[in-house]
Design a protein around this ligand. Structure first.
Ligand code: HEM
Length: 466
């Protein structure tokens, strides 16, 4: 008679059989995932080979082939892209909470105080406190009205300087980004950070400061390879991480200096009345009744968010408006006719006039349809496994909404590539996040909190430029 096998072999065989059974039953009983359609990814690089220097345009072309919801891979990470108003609504409204995280990318870590700002912080109590604070203390109608004189003074100062130097060529973007920076720096820091006369009061000259902000914008928009192929981040192949750390240091030096000045002003003063947003933020960080720790880092990160978010977006949009108007003399004529009729030539156009200037507002909307500042919004990340329009999206996937494509969808827009403000006359489609065919500020929980200010600036500056 054969000897029985030794016990170790028996246990190993039984263990193996169990593993095989579990794997088989998983295969048999688990539902096969139905992922959105998309191109087959390569090992390591995924579908990076299909993405050109303007990623929204490459994704626009891919959507023509794979449809309004597709999945591609950037490196090893699945990226779901929505390219129709219907899918945008599913992502930003129906599944808003499940998709309310931001991916943890290097720019958020190194340039915004380890994800402590609004833009890159994860969905949760900290983020929701910052948002609430912004809505109530910074962008509420009352607060925006209170600071209206700042916007008026700064716009008039720009118009006066343009008048004085008329005939001399100038760069539109520079003038309008200076204007936005003047406004936002006065609101947030209580001082105009673009004036040469302010030289010596801060740690940088206005010119140096603008250069730092430019660097920050560029680094927040780069395609950092380590964000998509995580094991490569250690090597910093493109040198971006080094640059991010360097610019973060410069930014911190600037904000620390401002904080110290604000602290000195407040210290020892009983019932101190806040004079600007940094004062309000510091009061908030002192508030012991808050259930979320905000701290000095929170003050710094939010200050940076406001200055960075409030500087370029309106300026870029107004620059596009001017270039589109100059290309179409008939639009220029109609806009001038409306301004002459409603305002006349005896006074400047004011913010409150905007409600009576439907054609100017239509120009602003048409510019934002064709040239959204963030063509794919800011990426979101899935907080759980979900099903969107019949397709499975795995937790951790990144989600983009290509508003550039949606703004050009021929099923929604007649002659979509043409600049035609008339399409918005007698049409109720608006930009405030309820009409998913037009989303320059995004929609849902992560929608731009600065849109009330951004919209005022874009409409009014466009009217003034005309
Ligand atoms: C024309 C002007 C502006 C445009 C077109 C614009 C556009 C956007 C867009 C598309 C987003 C992403 C929304 C999403 O992911 O769904 C965003 C987010 C944001 N914007 Fe704006 N923005 C403008 C002005 C401003 C201003 C003036 C500020 C502040 C002073 C600001 C601060 C922010 C912040 C903090 C976020 C992040 C929100 C979050 O993640 O919760 N923006 N903006």
């Amino acid at each position: 008679m054969d000897n029985p096998p030794p016990p170790a072999i028996t246990y190993t065989a039984a263990g193996l059989a169990t593993v095989v059974l579990i794997l088989l039953s998983r295969r048999l009983f688990s539902r096969k995932l139905k992922l959105p359609p998309g191109p087959k990814p390569w090992p390591i690089i995924g579908n990076f080979n299909l993405i050109g220097p303007l990623p929204h345009r490459s994704l626009h072309e891919l959507a023509k082939k794979y449809g309004p919801i597709m999945q591609i891979k950037f490196g090893s990470i699945p990226v779901v892209v929505g390219s129709s108003a219907e899918v945008a609504e599913a992502i930003l409204k129906t599944h808003d909470i499940s998709l309310a995280d931001r991916p943890k990318i290097a720019a958020g870590k190194y340039t915004t105080y380890n994800y402590s700002d609004i833009t890159w912080s994860q969905y949760g109590p900290y983020w929701s406190h910052l948002r609430k604070f912004c809505n109530m203390e910074i962008f509420s109608p009352k607060r925006l009205d209170f600071y209206q004189h700042v916007r008026v003074e700064e716009l008039h100062s720009l118009l006066r300087s343009l008048y004085k130097t008329s005939g001399t060529p100038f760069k539109t973007r520079e003038k309008f980004s200076d204007l936005s920076l003047s406004v936002i720096s006065r609101l947030v820091l209580g001082r105009n950070y673009t004036l040469e006369s302010e030289k010596g009061k801060g740690v940088y000259t206005p010119h140096e400061f603008k250069k730092i902000l430019d660097e920050l914008f560029v680094l927040n928009g780069v395609l950092e390879i380590g964000d998509w192929i995580p094991w490569l981040s250690y090597f910093d192949l493109q040198g971006n991480i080094k640059k991010m750390k360097a610019v973060a240091k410069k930014v911190d030096r600037f904000i620390e200096h401002e904080l110290e000045e604000h602290d000195a002003r407040r210290n020892g003063v009983k019932n101190y009345v806040a004079k600007d947003m940094m004062d309000i933020l510091l009061q908030l960080s002192d508030d012991p009744s808050l259930d979320v720790e905000f701290g000095r880092t929170g003050v710094k990160a939010l200050t940076l968010d406001l200055i960075a978010g409030g500087t370029e977006s309106s300026a870029v949009t107004v620059e596009w408006a001017i270039s589109e108007i100059l290309r179409k003399p008939e639009v220029f004529e109609k806009a001038t006719e409306e301004l002459d009729r409603v305002i006349g030539r005896e006074r400047w156009v004011e913010e409150k006039d905007m409600v009576n200037l439907p054609y100017i507002y239509a120009i602003a909307k048409e510019v934002m349809r064709l040239h959204p500042v963030a063509p794919m919004l800011v990426p979101r990340a899935a907080r759980e496994d979900i099903n969107v329009n019949g397709y499975d999206i795995k937790k951790g996937s990144r989600v983009l909404v290509n508003v550039w494509t949606i703004g050009r969808d021929p099923k929604v827009w007649d002659k979509p590539d043409e600049f035609c403000p008339e399409r918005f006359i007698g049409n109720s489609i608006d930009v405030r996040g309820h009409d998913y065919e037009l989303l320059p500020f995004g929609a849902g929980r992560r929608m731009c909190p600065g849109y009330p200010l951004g919209l005022k600036e874009v409409g009014w500056y466009t009217a003034a430029a005309d």
